[in-house]
Design a protein around this ligand. Sequence first.
Ligand code: AMP
Length: 378
Amino acid sequence: MTFKALGLAPYLVRSTAKQKYMEPTAIQEQAIPVILQGKDVLGIAPTGSGKTAAYALPVIQSLERLTTTKNRHINVLVLVPTRELASQVNEVFRSFSEELPFRLKSMAVHGGVSINPQMMGMQHLNVLIATPGRLLELKESNAMHFESLSMLILDEADKMLNLGFKDEMDRIFSLLPKRRQNLLFSATLSPEVEAIERVLLNTPEVIKVEAKPVDVALINQVAYSVSLEKKGPLLRHLIKSNEMKQVLVFTSSTYQADVVAEKLNKNGIDAKAIHSKKSQGSRRDSLTKFTNGKLRVLVSTDLLARGIDIAFLPHVINYELPRSPKDFVHRIGRTGRAENPGEAITFVTEEDTHHFGVIQKKMKRKVDTLDSRTLDFR
Ligand code: AMP
């Protein structure tokens, strides 16, 4: 398949060649023609699948039809969870806009920097890429108008929800014109994402692209047999004696996540729990600090951990086993993403032994299980 065959205009086909894209990725092949037809799309695609170009290319082409915007009116809004993604997406729009036969202006806005230059930049803007909080601030200061908006894109919707942006997102949706094309991209399809989909999308085309399978061979794994009451001391011992700086710990319940984080803090190890019962602000704060390396331990349940996207995590600890072997591989897969292999440690109580055997069989990998009693800790 070629980019031309997907219905893209010659000036965009030239841009893809300039970017050295040989052929469309799976999500691009499926999403581009549908978006060009003006349909709503629900794209389930992981980071790295080429999803940004999958929407940026047809969005740019659709802008050719639009007349010049009125002052401070925007045509396309892309909502993203983080400032890093905002800048990345803007770069993609810019790189594809170099050869256009029409004018296109895009800008990224996010918190943590002065709002004034962003307000000034709203002049004759077509595509605004924004984090939800800063977008609302700009709207409240009357810096922009939504009346000419015809496309809304939610990028990494699951991460936005995990960061606690649900209220801000709902407020933004209520401000937008009803007639518009909606594109929703998410790495996973959680009940929260489905709820957004129901209110936002109009009989969408659902496009699903599988994540690259985790290469379990890349991950250093070790397990410790441990009694229930020694799990806490073992966790502290491993973090301290190995001088772990960024550790993701998994528990199977929200209650356990709180207990584990509290005990770590009591023992001088900076930790926060993240799960569905935490407030939105707290979730956002913990996740940002952890991804920026300012929080040593994040204790999480499986559900919320899906939105944590860090290129490389050095340590994952399974404080409790997940029920499904699939979740186990998903958890530890975070340490095997880069060339530099990370380490996954699993705690196994006597009761877990059989289930851990099943997990090892399913992932086709035997894990050495050491007796934690041979370690020197209390
Ligand atoms: P994304 O999933 O949008 O974050 O994209 C991941 C990476 O894939 C980016 O570095 C893109 O430049 C690159 N990319 C996107 N589409 C293609 C393609 N068709 N061929 C090669 N690389 C691509």
